[in-house]
Design a protein around this ligand. Structure first.
Ligand code: B12
Length: 300
């Protein structure tokens, strides 16, 4: 793929040059605070974010993080002030933190809510999960774009760091277990990661096998983890053909009936899912969440 080849999705421009995808923001009119947060989420995924409106080149110093974030009042070392509005207000602030992508702030909000008397389950069910539903819905409606969805998913994950042990201790089980991976020969993982994050955000326990996962490895993981759902991703027309191999391997191993199989990726269409006998296809991460919920509920 040539260095000049560009793909525009949402408000991001991906400059696809091996070995790392370089993402360049197109002219986004977002405030500095939102830009810093989005950039951080993308960089956490190993992507270099460049802003052409500032003439940024690969390797240039990060002026936004050092300068504008402080100018915009985003000095993350400052403690957040408390509030007096009671549990309902705390829960609503956590909900809002996910919508705002407040990755750094959400942990202390969750801590304060727990100290204020909210239960982990209440925070999950009243604040976090509904916020992710809104994020998915807004993505479908074209109000949010991939970066905002990523950052909301990261915020949810940050909140779950505190909540997960409490939920496990209190016996609240995850919505279901998911094993996810990109099929053999395929290195693309941005979309797969996004699907994994959104499913995690929706309350699933997600086991990510990574990229270039061979059919036998998927079978092993199904035997080992006994997931409710197996998610397969492929971004190349040359690798989507490995999806039926996974289905065949599951059948041969006698575990096909124990798991719902959901597939996705840019070259995949609904008809292909029907042809290869999987249980579902979703075109994007937002659509994957309700489908995953339906599949898991229907098999319970
Ligand atoms: C970034 C990128 C890369 C990066 C990957 C970095 C990474 N860590 O992922 C790098 C530079 C490594 C790369 C390499 C290659 N790439 Co590339 N790449 C892209 C690019 C530009 C963006 C993909 C992306 O991340 N999109 C953003 C994410 C969010 O979207 P997504 O992946 O589609 O995922 C969404 C949905 O598809 C869905 N989804 C995805 N997986 C799953 C799974 C489930 C279960 C569900 C339900 C849904 C789901 O939900 C996701 C989120 O909403 C695309 C072009 C494009 N517009 O797609 C080309 C593209 C996919 N690459 C292409 C090619 C040809 C290659 C190379 C073969 C180039 C080469 N000659 O070396 C290599 C292959 C390497 C390999 N063995 O895999 C072609 C594929 C053509 C084809 N149809 O086969 C594309 C389409 C470019 C093009 N126009 O030709 N690539």
């Amino acid at each position: 793929m040539a260095r000049t080849e560009e793909a525009l999705f949402g408000r991001l421009r991906v400059l696809s040059e091996d070995p790392v995808a370089r993402i360049q923001e197109s002219a986004v009119h977002a405030p500095p605070t939102a830009r810093v947060a989005v950039d951080e989420a993308l960089e956490a995924m190993g992507l270099e974010v460049l802003d052409p409106s500032r003439g940024e080149e690969p390797g240039a110093p990060d002026r936004r993080r050092d300068g504008e974030a402080k100018d915009a009042g985003l000095d993350r070392s400052l403690p957040r002030s408390g509030w007096e509005g009671g549990i309902a207000d705390m829960l609503s602030r956590i909900h809002q933190a996910v919508l705002d992508g407040n990755i750094d702030g959400v942990g202390s909000l969750v801590d304060e809510a727990l100290h204020g008397g909210a239960s982990a389950q209440e925070i999950l069910e009243t604040s976090l999960t509904p916020a992710m539903d809104v994020v998915g819905q807004e993505y479908e409606e074209g109000i949010r774009f991939i970066p905002e969805m990523l950052i909301a998913a990261e915020t949810m994950k940050a909140a779950m760091k505190t909540l997960r042990p409490l939920l496990m201790a209190s016996g609240v089980s995850a919505r279901g277990k998911v094993v996810i991976g990109t099929v053999t020969g395929d290195l693309h993982d941005i979309g797969k990661n996004l699907v994994g994050m959104m499913l995690e955000g929706a309350g699933f326990e997600v086991i990510d096998l990574g990229v270039e996962v061979a059919a036998e490895r998927f079978v092993e993981a199904v035997r080992e983890h006994r997931p409710d759902l197996l998610c397969l991703s492929a971004l190349l027309t040359t690798t989507m053909v490995h999806m039926p191999e996974v289905v065949d391997a599951l059948t041969e191993a006698g575990v096909r009936e124990t798991v719902q199989v959901l597939i996705g990726g840019a070259p995949i269409a609904e008809a292909f899912a029907g042809e290869i006998g999987v249980d579902g296809f979703a075109p994007d991460a937002a659509a994957a969440v309700p489908l995953a919920k339906r599949l898991v509920e229907s098999s319970a």
